[in-house]
Design a protein around this ligand. Structure first.
Ligand code: NAP
Length: 245
């Protein structure tokens, strides 16, 4: 009888894992996406989309779909779903592994802050023209800074009606080259960058370009995540899956 793996996704690691896990005999792979991105890169195997309806909804899903194991491969800043998953798997007693990509290491031009709110608070003393690379969901945190100008990069446009800061929206999907990042920073006369410490290769070029151009980077630290077994890369997650079969 095949075992059923649920991958909580929305990251490159999740897509890579789904592709590789699909080749494991006696395993059925189901990927779950939040459904925020209009044209997501669809993982291999079965894909479901949209929230589960909190912890209770996720417990129901795990039971209804007879899920045997869960891998939380969501983004390091997607804390809510990770905490929900940790609670839900405990209730239904199935194993869980999290894929947590290593954070980027601190650099001298970084100012590390705890949250987007803290990032917004220091910006007026730091720069006038800012490259905001935190995605589209938390833009409204910066909207009150009407004296500043923002270049806001995201995959899909902001949701209509959401307050966003003054500036320009740049629709683009990672990965980006250092050259591309450098020319955006120069063309828009950027004086500071705001980033989340997402880690990984896809968006690291902005940090290299900022270092070259000697621009400060306001780096938002990761939220706290539930304790439990973690892998830093897909390869280790595949080993874990095979151990569970
Ligand atoms: P979040 O704050 O942790 O989750 C908010 C709610 O969205 C969850 O309670 C859940 O709704 C739903 N959700 C999130 N991830 C889901 C998934 N993989 N499958 C089904 N439902 C999911 O998450 P977020 O920060 O909004 O991120 C949403 C998605 O975007 C995640 O898949 C994440 O991997 C991806 N992503 C996030 C970031 C980021 O910076 N936050 C960056 C890149 C990609 P219910 O409570 O209704 O189940």
């Amino acid at each position: 009888m095949k075992k059923r793996l649920l991958i909580l996704g929305g990251t490159t690691e999740a897509t890579e894992l789904a592709a590789k896990a699909a080749g494991i005999p006696n395993l059925e792979v189901i990927s779950s996406l939040a459904g925020r991105t209009q044209q997501p890169s669809n993982p291999a195997g079965t894909v479901r989309s949209g929230g589960f309806g909190g912890i209770a909804g996720l417990i129901n899903y795990l039971q209804d779909q007879r899920i045997d194991l869960l891998i939380d491969a969501t983004h390091p800043f997607a804390a809510q779903i990770s905490w929900n998953a940790a609670t839900a798997v405990d209730r239904v007693s199935i194993p869980r592994l999290s894929i947590v990509r290593p954070a980027w290491e601190s650099e001298p031009n970084w100012i590390e802050v705890e949250s987007n709110e803290a990032a917004a608070a220091i910006l007026p003393d730091l720069a006038q023209r800012i490259f905001l690379t935190i995605g589209r969901q938390e833009l409204s945190t910066f909207a009150y800074l009407t004296e500043l100008w923002f270049l806001m990069r995201m995959i899909d446009p902001p949701v209509a009606g959401t307050p966003i800061p003054r500036g320009e929206v740049l629709l683009a999907r990672a990965p980006f080259s250092v050259e591309q990042e450098r020319s955006w920073m120069q063309d828009y006369e950027i004086q500071a960058i705001v980033s989340k410490n997402s880690g990984g290769d896809a968006t690291v070029s902005k940090l290299m370009a900022a270092r070259e151009l000697k621009l400060p980077v306001v780096m938002v630290q990761r939220p706290s995540m539930p304790p439990g077994l973690c892998a830093s890369e897909v390869k280790a997650a595949l080993v874990w899956i095979n151990q569970q079969l």
